[in-house]
Design a protein around this ligand. Structure first.
Ligand SMILES: Cc1ncc(COP(=O)(O)O)c(C=O)c1O
Length: 440
């Protein structure tokens, strides 16, 4: 009998094909990437580094991992005499943890971007009265903030605060920050206070590799990134470090916090890195940003409060408070119409992260399907229709109203009609990993 998991996977294929995926951290990996990840490499244990394994039978694995590392350095234009890369971290959060384990003694201070201002949990997120991330239990984490009015960073202010905080490491990394981070300034600030500078470009990796966003490599000591967002590979991560730090980083990944690396994922990353090295990918990355800019502009023109007034990259953050909605009602309304976004906190949000005030939209996945500016205008017009419609419904006032509200959305004929339109529209654009070329 066939395992029911495969029928669930079929349903998920259908969902990914018929809905509009606007989550900025998601993308569609190619059929070749998926083939590498689903390969026999998953059967192998390979603790250790290339050429220095604790298990026998690793000649082919060494070739895979060596190729991946070479491609990674080449893609970002790095000299192997100055930079090293570790491709074994299982994902972005363990990659960041490994850097902290390698470079910061327990109890020392970290200076990182405040989560509601667009930072990430793995940079040591904690509440005033209790730790949340594991990092915040081990290290003393202090946050820097965006300006209340402009909602962008004031680097003079960060510099002054860093001099008072005297951290061991400064971390940047925008999960929901729509503007480019000034890596030159951040690097200078870190240097001035004797701290390491870790640039986490999890979101922008593909844009940086394509030269569409600014590279942090001239200014940072360590650069981490995920491989599954704009870089369009499998779920994974890479840690680039200046040569003198690499032995510590490798040891922090294994045996510090991990066991056997996932070589099937590393093979998938290697395939994605090759794909990202061509002119087609550079055009793709430029289109991702062009699409996001149109999306931001159209939303602004429609009267939405677009945080910072626009975007420099692949994501747009919208504060829904002026529309009398919150992120939860907005995101569920859109999902009922086949449009998938994140609910997200916005700078100086007073709401909780589960019921935040905004939504976060991104263009990497729809751009992979071949959508351009014209399609973004169509998508924004649906978003506008859906959110206007939802704001006229009976919105939940208390927690017990939420389940009936979702029921009401599922029966709403206006939203069902848009969902059908969205599905017909989305079906016109192939999904690379699903609509596989015949020769794979
Ligand atoms: C800036 C940043 N760093 C790290 C991560 C963590 O990546 P992962 O979910 O792979 O652990 C993310 C994920 O969205 C991120 O946005």
């Amino acid at each position: 009998m066939k395992d029911e998991i495969f029928s669930i996977i079929k349903k998920e294929e259908r969902r990914q094909r018929t809905e509009l995926v606007l989550i900025p951290s998601e993308n569609y990996a190619s059929a070749a990437v998926m083939k590498a990840v689903g390969s026999v490499l998953m059967n192998k244990y390979s603790e250790g580094q290339v050429g220095r394994r604790y298990y026998q039978g690793n000649a082919n694995i060494d070739d895979v991992e060596r190729t991946c590392k070479e491609r990674a350095l080449r893609l970002f234009g790095l000299d192997g005499g100055e930079w090293s890369v570790n491709v074994q971290a299982l994902s972005g959060s363990p990659a960041n943890l490994a850097v902290l384990v390698a470079l910061v003694e327990p109890g020392q201070r970290i200076f990182s971007m405040f989560l509601p201002d667009g930072g990430h949990l793995s940079h040591g997120w904690h509440l005033p009265d209790r730790p949340v991330s594991f990092a915040s239990k081990i290290w003393d984490v202090v946050f820097y903030h965006v300006d209340r009015k402009t909602r962008v960073f004031d680097y003079d202010r960060i510099g002054k605060d860093a001099a008072t905080v005297t951290p061991r490491i400064i971390i940047s990394g925008g999960t929901a920050y729509p503007r480019e981070i000034d890596h030159r300034r951040m690097g200078e600030i870190a240097k001035a206070v004797g701290a390491w500078y870790l640039a986490d470009i999890a979101h922008e990796a593909g844009l940086v590799s394509a030269g569409v966003n600014t590279s942090p490599f001239s200014y940072a000591d360590v650069v981490t990134m995920t491989t599954h967002k704009t870089l369009r590979g499998p779920r994974g991560a890479m840690i680039f470090s200046r040569k003198d730090l690499s032995a510590k980083i490798d040891a922090a990944v294994f045996p510090g916090i991990q066991g056997g690396p996932h070589e099937h994922t590393i093979a998938g990353i290697a395939v994605a890195l090759r794909e990202a090295s061509g002119g087609t990918f550079r055009k793709y990355a430029a289109q991702v940003v062009a699409n996001a800019k149109v999306m931001a502009e159209e939303l602004s023109n429609a009267g939405f409060d677009v945080v910072t007034g626009g975007t420099d990259k692949h994501l747009v953050l919208v504060d829904l408070r002026s529309r009398k909605l919150d992120g939860w009602t907005g995101a569920w309304g859109l999902e009922s119409a086949g449009i998938i976004v994140n609910r997200n906190t916005v700078p100086y949000d007073t709401a909780s992260s589960f019921y935040p005030s905004g939504i976060r939209l991104g263009t990497p996945a729809v751009t992979t399907r071949g959508m351009k500016e014209r399609e973004m205008r169509r998508v924004v017009s649906w978003i506008q229709d859906v959110l206007s419609h939802v704001s006229n419904l009976k919105l939940p006032k208390q927690p017990s109203d939420r389940a009936p509200f979702l029921q009401m959305l599922s029966k709403d004929s206006f939203l069902s009609r848009i969902k059908r339109e969205v599905s017909t529209f989305a079906n016109r654009f192939p999904v690379p990993g699903i609509d596989r070329p015949k020769n794979l």
